[in-house]
Design a protein around this ligand. Structure first.
Ligand code: NDP
Length: 320
C-alpha cells in the first residue's frame, strides 16, 4: 500500500470535493487526503502532494516529500512561494485543458477579426454600418508562447485559416516543427519587435517568469502594428496595464481581450471594467477540468510508482 497522497489546495469546499471525487475515481489504488485530514504519522510518510497554491508552511511539514503535482498549468506562484529549494514541481499538462484553451483563443480571435467590439459600439450608437471584411488568410496572429497550450492554439488557428507566427524562448524542436508545419516561428527577445510589428492580433500564452513579467510595456506595445489588438490569456503581469491603456487611448491599439489580471478578481475600481476598448473575462479561458486533470495525475503517479522516476518537472531557475 503506497503512502497517502497529500492534497493541499487553496480552493473552495465544493471544488475540493469535486477534485477528491475525480481523483478517487481515476486512481482507486491511491489514497488522496487533504493535508488537514492526515495524521502526523501519515504526513511523515507522504512522498507526493497534489497542489494548487499551497501554504508553504504545510509543504514544509511533509519531510519525505519527493515531488509536487500542480493541478494548474501556471506554476509561477508555486515556484515563487517554495523558492529555490523546492522539491520537483510537475505542471499540469492536460490535453483537455489545451483543447478548451485553443477553442477559446479561436473564439476571441474571431470576435476581434469580425470586429465585434466595434459593432457593439455601433449598436449602442444606433448605427447601421457594415465594416470592411478581413479574411483569416489575410490576418496574422502573433502567438507569444508555443508550449502545451500555445501549440494547441496555433493548430486550431491554422486550421481555421489564420496566418500564425509564434514566438518562443529557444528555437522550436524538429518535432514541433513537424507537428505544426504551417506555423512560422522565431525565438529570443531580439525577434519580438518584428513579430509584434506584423501581427494583426497578438495572443499572449507565455508563463509568468522573471523574463516575461512586464514584457509588454510601452516600448513593445508601441512596436505593435497600428490598429492591432491584444488577447492576454496567460497572466496579467506580463502586460503593463497603464501602458496598454495609454496605447488604447492613443488609438495605437484597437482593443484588448483580457482573461487574466494582476489582481483577481479584478477590483471594481479598475478602469479596465469600463474601458470601451477592453473586454474583461473572469479567468475562464482555460479552466481545469477535475476529471481530465485527475486522469493526467493518475498517469503521472502510476508511472512514478512503477519506475521511481519523477515526471518531467519545472526548471526552477527558468521559472516554467
Ligand atoms: P509551457 O511551459 O508548455 O509553454 C511556455 C511557452 O512559452 C514555451 O513555448 C516557451 O518557450 C515560451 N516562453 C517562456 N518564456 C519565454 C520567454 N522569456 N521568451 C519567449 N518565449 C518564452 O506553458 P503552457 O503552454 O502549458 O501554459 C502557458 C501559460 O498559460 C501558463 O504558464 C499559465 O500562466 C497560462 N494559463 C492560463 C489559463 C487561463 O485560464 N487563462 C489556464 C492555464 C494556463 P520555449 O518553447 O522556448 O521553452
Amino acid at each position: 500500500m503506497p503512502a497517502p497522497v497529500a492534497f493541499l489546495a487553496t480552493i473552495g469546499a465544493d471544488e475540493e470535493a469535486a477534485y477528491l471525487a475525480a481523483l478517487a475515481a481515476a486512481m482507486p489504488q491511491e489514497t488522496v487526503r487533504p493535508f488537514r485530514a492526515l495524521t502526523e504519522a501519515e504526513r511523515a510518510a507522504v512522498d507526493v502532494a497534489l497542489v494548487t497554491n499551497p501554504d508553504p508552511a504545510e509543504v514544509a511539514r511533509l519531510p519525505r516529500l519527493v515531488w509536487l503535482q500542480s493541478l494548474w498549468a501556471g506554476v509561477e506562484r508555486l515556484v515563487h512561494d517554495l523558492g529555490p529549494g523546492a522539491p520537483p514541481i510537475v505542471r499540469l499538462v492536460d490535453p483537455e485543458l489545451a483543447r478548451t484553451m485553443a477553442e477559446a483563443v479561436l473564439a476571441w480571435t474571431y470576435y476581434l477579426q469580425r470586429d465585434m467590439p466595434a459593432y457593439r459600439r455601433q449598436q449602442q450608437a444606433v448605427l447601421w454600418q457594415p465594416r470592411p471584411y478581413r479574411a483569416p488568410a489575410d490576418t496574422t496572429v502573433g502567438l507569444l508562447g508555443l508550449g502545451a497550450l500555445g501549440s494547441a492554439a496555433a493548430h486550431r488557428l491554422a486550421q481555421a485559416g489564420f496566418r500564425v507566427a509564434a514566438w518562443t524562448r529557444s528555437p522550436v524542436s524538429p518535432a514541433t516543427r513537424e507537428a505544426l508545419p504551417t506555423i512560422e516561428t522565431c525565438a529570443g527577445i531580439g525577434a519580438l519587435p518584428d513579430l509584434l510589428g506584423r501581427s494583426d492580433i497578438v495572443v499572449c500564452l507565455l508563463p509568468l517568469t522573471a523574463e516575461t513579467c512586464g514584457l509588454l510595456d510601452a516600448g513593445r506595445l508601441a512596436a505593435m502594428k497600428p490598429g492591432a489588438v491584444l488577447i492576454n490569456v496567460a497572466r496579467g503581469a506580463i502586460v503593463v496595464t497603464d501602458d496598454m491603456l495609454s496605447a488604447l487611448d492613443a488609438g495605437h491599439l484597437d482593443h484588448a481581450v483580457l482573461d487574466v489580471f494582476e489582481t483577481e478578481p479584478l477590483p471594481a475600481a479598475s478602469p479596465l471594467w469600463r474601458h470601451p476598448k477592453v473586454t474583461v473575462l473572469p479567468h475562464i479561458t482555460g479552466r481545469t477540468n477535475p476529471a481530465s486533470a485527475a486522469a493526467v495525475v493518475a498517469g503521472n503517479l502510476r508511472s512514478y510508482r512503477e519506475t521511481g522516476r519523477v515526471p518531467e518537472s519545472v526548471d526552477l531557475a527558468r521559472g516554467y
